[in-house]
Design a protein around this ligand. Structure first.
Ligand code: NGQ
Ligand code: ZN
Length: 454
């Protein structure tokens, strides 16, 4: 089969905007050739961008978004939110998970995410016994991604203890737990499903949940040799204090000293770091997995963005608890948090003349692709054919040239600007509509209805 050829007035290539670009898409769902040659090709639109990877998701939490915004009796915090989240998680089974995730993934595609990293720890029945098959919950996510047409990096998550002191899992945490052997067997079984739209990696829930010996054992296993490795780290001050008390080091400091952290690693949140830890993460080439809307919602704190970028640090964005599902909103909050704190503007742009929108979009593409473990995130031959076509008729993009398009996309207004979306060479969103959005939304509403009633 021959390549399909498209044309973009302006395409965001790895070196920046390029005018009059020919974009060839192979039958294998990858970009074939991308060049400026004249000739044929169907016009895509004015501004064409690579699809954005979402490097951190707990899909089930989509269905409880907005249900934890009422003040409780005591001081509300991350830890009280977690109790609400656990109560909700306890009612989600494979059918509900599949319906919720499919809806979430449709929303992600429409917002411009074409790959999602699922940090998945809801493994077993609520009483801790396994489903049949044991990977039923993982397979629900695989099915949901296939239905929606989004790329999935599935990160089965190891979760063993309820705190740094090694206490056993609480009743509500029992369904998260695995012994190391059973966990590695799960990873192996899931690997068999891998393909262009599914990659399997590994997540360690957090230093709170994974004892040192288990961490070493997993990292030494054959299945952990090549794949992406994700971990929640230093999100809350309480976690930093507990880590200091038990391991005599701060979480990021401890991890850098005890694990072979490198470019395969995604350090999710990494909110509370010293200057030295910040430089250390950057030097290792790890990706900081930033989830600014969730971090704001949960009262986590602000990442040391300026210092990290100056040290050459890599980052990507995730929607985590899904109180917002939009790469634009994540990037806005990332920048605005810094502006509010420093009382300066244009913080992410570190050199005179640099654009904040372009800097952040490019950084999040690169870090997100690394964290996904898939060749994507670039309009380049060989990369998976994931692209977004912006709505050039939208008022927010009126009279914008290439040099101002990304800043306007990221910062101007609230109308959705992503008009068409392709993932893996397939059109999944055309004229703002996902190919199967009505049926998926109906199944979602049913599932949430059952969860709220039960
Ligand atoms: C999670 N979410 O695993 O879903 C966590 C909360 C925890 C965020 N940290 C639970 N945003 O960290 O123990
Ligand atoms: Zn998380």
């Amino acid at each position: 089969m021959s390549d399909t050829v498209h044309r973009a007035e302006h395409a965001w290539l790895p070196a920046g905007w390029s005018g009059g670009t020919r974009i060839g898409i192979g039958a294998d769902g990858r970009f074939a050739r991308i060049d400026g040659a004249p000739g044929d090709g169907a016009a895509l639109g004015r501004f064409v961008l690579p699809g954005m990877p979402n490097l951190h998701s707990h899909a089930f939490q989509r269905a409880m978004a907005g249900l934890a915004e009422r003040r409780g009796r005591d001081d509300d915090s991350f830890w009280s939110w977690r109790e609400t989240m656990y109560a909700f998680a306890g009612r989600v089974g494979p059918d509900e998970l599949r319906a919720i995730a499919a809806q979430l993934y449709v929303e992600m595609l429409k917002a411009g995410y074409t790959q999602v990293c699922e940090f998945h720890y809801l493994h077993h029945r609520p009483d801790g016994t396994p489903y049949a098959p044991a990977e039923a919950m993982s397979l629900a996510l695989v099915e949901a991604a296939r239905e929606a047409g989004i790329g999935l990096t599935l990160l089965p998550t190891l979760y063993m203890t309820g705190g740094f002191d090694g206490r056993p899992l609480s009743e509500r945490q029992r369904r998260f737990g695995h012994a190391v052997d059973a966990f590695l067997a799960l990873v192996e079984r899931l690997r068999k499903h891998e393909g262009p739209m599914l990659r399997v990696g590994i997540a360690l829930h957090s230093l709170r949940a994974v004892p040192e010996a288990a961490l070493r054992e997993v990292l030494a296993a054959e299945v952990a040799r090549q794949c992406p490795i994700h971990i929640h780290i230093a999100e809350q001050l309480g976690e930093v204090q507990d880590c200091l008390a038990v391991r005599r080091a701060r979480p990021v400091e401890w991890l850098l000293d005890h694990a072979p952290v490198d470019a395969r690693w995604c350090l999710v949140h990494a909110t509370h770091m010293t200057e030295q830890e910040t430089r250390g993460v950057a030097a290792r080439g790890a990706v900081a997995g930033l989830c600014p809307t969730t971090e704001a919602n949960l009262g986590d704190g602000l990442f040391r963005l300026g210092e990290y970028l100056d040290a050459g640090g890599r980052l990507g964005i995730g929607s985590d608890s899904h109180i917002s599902v939009s790469p634009v909103e994540e990037l806005r909050w990332l920048e605005y948090g810094q502006r509010l704190q420093t009382r300066h503007r244009n913080v992410a742009a570190r050199t005179p003349g640099a654009s904040v929108g372009e800097t952040l979009w490019a950084a999040a593409l690169d870090g997100g692709a690394r964290a996904s473990g898939v060749a994507l995130g670039a309009l380049a031959a060989g990369a998976r054919a994931d692209l977004l076509v912006l709505d050039h008729d939208a008022p927010a993009l009126a009279a914008r040239d290439a040099a101002s398009a990304l800043d306007s996309f990221v910062f101007a207004g609230n109308a959705p600007l992503v008009r068409h979306v392709m993932a893996g060479g397939q059109w999944v969103v055309r004229d703002f509509r996902h190919r199967d959005e009505a049926a998926i939304a109906a199944r979602y509403a049913d599932a949430v209805g059952r969860l709220r009633a039960g």
